[in-house]
Design a protein around this ligand. Structure first.
Ligand code: ACO
Ligand code: LMR
Length: 605
């Protein structure tokens, strides 16, 4: 890997740390990134499916997932995991991501992961060639490309420290606080940084100085490096070795903080878990000397570091190794932003022509487009372009259920309402409100129960028993007038279509075995039109590659009944218009068709 991140890098953010994510997005917007740097969020306990964030003056939705696997499946190109789990969970999250694969780097922010676990985690990452930044870190940044969470501070601070675009320095520190301080110093004394990593303050961190500096050596944007080490540990010696072996040739300016430690008579533990010297070689003074001996640019004190940076930068500039850096035009993140009340993900009317799931209406409306109502439904209901066999099936369903005569529950209600003088819409709605579990609205129920039975390998007899226990008639079975002797030709037509065009119909095949049993009891207990539609829709979605979870969600949200609602609307309107055309008077039900049995009300004392 030549560069840790680019302006196309996308991350999966583990934990819905909204303010840190917003900071990343504000950075992205400011530096003109095309895509948000956070592709998805893992929020195991979240109820909602997305979270809104600001993108400049607008808002965007970032999807929430229950686990890393689901987020990674949805965003396979997001190859950075920002692990913001607590110290109790961070280890498991990292190990799971390593096992999943597909991540080039994992940043672990938690402080206090047990050292034993940190070592296992770091080794596991190393074995898989995955760069771990942290634990106990604010992260890393590739200015002008990708920034992790809060590194660099506020947008104002970021611009002031020239972290909004690529500079020439490769910066590595342990501490996040000093990282920000050094970025500022580098911006004042040089042209900013090209890549910066705060490796973290724990004794056992994933990638150490040498890992990051070897990568920076290969990164053509990095012209020199600044290494800010600290008392404790021996990681700086690996860098010295690499310089001696010629693996690192770019100039390095280095300083180890903690030189004050020599003034204490006993060992001192500085702020970080790793910041205490257990041997002479681990002292800051010793390390500074060793680095100077190896040809690093080592100042005489931390206060002298800015001058050293200015000196090396000036030299590289004079030699033509560093050129001028063009300042990009930045976008301003508005100070006041208003969150939107409504969200729409299916259509957009803001341009010259409204679109259905991205398709201008004219591209689907007229016959020359080759698109039909099935295509429009697949775009507006499912936000997908279904293949021809599936859109034709949808159209077949709509046409099949458009009407079933004036006597059915809903048409009758619509007619009575129209005859009471109500409008088309009022009469239509009355008809629609009749659609329910017994009439036309058994499609979702049929899909749900037959799918359950089939998923759980219930025999038809076991299924019937199961439904008996639930105390409800099997949705999709039975008809008032249709039977084995008087078959429902709509069902025959739908089954014929499926046999000719569906890749497979496993749920229908199962349902037909159930029908054999129910019709053996009573010949009108056939698989009815609702049942056939519900079951074939499941077969269609399975063939289209939807997951079981997605199909279950379609069912529970009432999607299947919607096909009957859409189709039968055509028929109900026909009946209402028929009433109007015939100028039919108000309807009163014949009294001789009503059984009156009205007793005198008893008095309650
Ligand atoms: N599952 C199990 N047993 C049933 C079912 C069923 N779906 N439907 C009827 N039965 C049984 C009844 O329990 C009853 O048994 P019994 O004689 O031992 O008492 C017998 O069959 C007759 O019951 P009815 O309710 O009188 O049957 P009817 O023919 O009047 O009902 C109806 C038709 C309402 C469609 C019914 O079959 C039913 O509720 N089915 C489930 C709902 C459904 O699929 N509706 C959509 C129909 S298609 C459409 O509307 C577009
Ligand atoms: C319908 O399509 O409305 C029906 O199958 C119901 C019925 O009673 O005919």
């Amino acid at each position: 890997m030549e560069k840790l991140y680019t302006n196309e890098t996308q991350a999966i953010f583990w934990n819905n740390n909204a303010s840190a994510i917003q900071r990343m997005l504000d950075y992205d917007y400011t530096i003109n990134r095309k895509t948000p740097s956070v592709a998805a969020i893992v929020a195991p306990t979240a109820e909602s499916k997305f979270q809104k964030f600001f993108w400049g003056p607008d808002e965007i939705m970032i999807n929430l997932y229950k686990n890393t696997a689901a987020a990674k499946k949805a965003y396979p190109n997001a190859d950075v995991l920002l692990n913001f789990a607590s110290f109790r969970t961070a280890y498991d999250v990292t190990i799971e991501a390593l096992e999943l694969g597909g991540f080039s780097s994992i940043m672990v922010t938690a402080e206090g992961i047990p050292e034993r676990l940190a070592r296992v985690m770091n080794q596991a990452a190393r074995d898989k060639n995955v760069t771990v930044i942290g634990p106990a870190t604010v992260g890393a940044i590739a200015p002008g490309g990708f920034k992790i969470a809060n590194i660099g501070g506020t947008i104002e601070n970021i611009i002031q420290s020239k972290l909004h675009r690529c500079g020439s320095c490769g910066l590595v520190t342990r501490s996040g606080g000093l990282f920000n301080e050094l970025s500022n110093i580098i911006s004042i004394n040089a042209d900013g940084i090209a890549e910066g990593v705060a490796i973290g303050g724990d004794r056992f961190v994933g990638s150490v100085f040498i890992d990051n500096m070897l990568r920076m050596e290969k990164n053509p944007d990095v012209k020199y490096m600044v290494l800010l080490g600290e008392v404790g540990g021996t990681e700086e010696y690996k860098v010295i070795e690499a310089v001696k072996n010629g693996l690192i040739k770019k100039p390095i300016i280095a300083w180890c903080i903690g030189t004050i430690a020599k003034h204490f008579s006993t060992g001192v533990q500085f702020g970080h878990a790793g910041a205490s010297a257990n041997a002479d070689a681990e002292t800051a003074v010793y390390k500074n000397q060793a680095m100077a001996d190896a040809g690093f640019y080592v100042p005489t004190s931390f206060n002298e570091l800015p001058n050293k940076i200015a000196e090396v930068y000036g030299k590289l500039k004079a030699e033509g190794i560093i050129g001028e850096i063009a300042e990009p035009t930045l976008r301003n993140v508005p100070k006041v932003r208003r969150s939107k009340e409504f969200i729409c993900t299916i259509s957009d009317d803001r341009g010259d022509e409204a679109t259905y799931a991205g398709f201008p209406i004219s591209s689907v409306a007229t016959p020359d487009t080759g698109k039909g109502i099935g295509d429009v439904i697949s775009l507006l209901w499912f936000k997908k372009q279904y293949p021809k066999w599936a859109t034709e099936f949808i159209e077949t369903v709509i046409k099949t259920v458009a009407d079933h005569g004036p006597a059915v529950s809903g048409a009758h209600n619509a007619k009575v309402t129209a005859r009471a003088g109500k409008s088309v819409v009022e009469s239509l709605v009355t008809g629609l409100l009749t659609i329910g579990p017994r009439f036309g609205g058994a499609i979702d129920g049929a899909a749900e129960h037959f799918k359950y039975a089939n998923d759980n390998n219930l025999t038809p007899a076991e299924f019937l028993n199961h439904m008996k226990k639930l105390g409800i008639p099997i949705p999709g079975i039975g008809h008032r007038i249709k039977s084995l002797r008087n078959p429902d030709l709509r069902v025959v037509g739908l089954k014929k279509f499926a046999a000719e065009h569906f890749p497979a119909t496993p749920l229908l095949d199962y349902a037909l075995t159930v029908e054999q049993l129910t019709t053996s009891k009573k010949d009108n207990l056939i698989l009815n039109v609702d049942g056939t539609i519900g079951i074939l829709m499941v077969d269609m979605w399975r063939a289209l590659g939807y997951s079981e979870e997605e199909i279950n969600e379609f069912i529970s949200s009432g999607t299947l009944n919607a096909f009957f609602i859409a189709g039968r609307t055509i028929g109900f309107i026909g009946h209402v218009l028929d009433e109007k055309r015939l100028a039919m008077p108000m309807y009163r039900h014949p009294m001789d068709d009503i059984l009156y049995q009205v007793d005198m009300a008893e008095e309650i004392e």
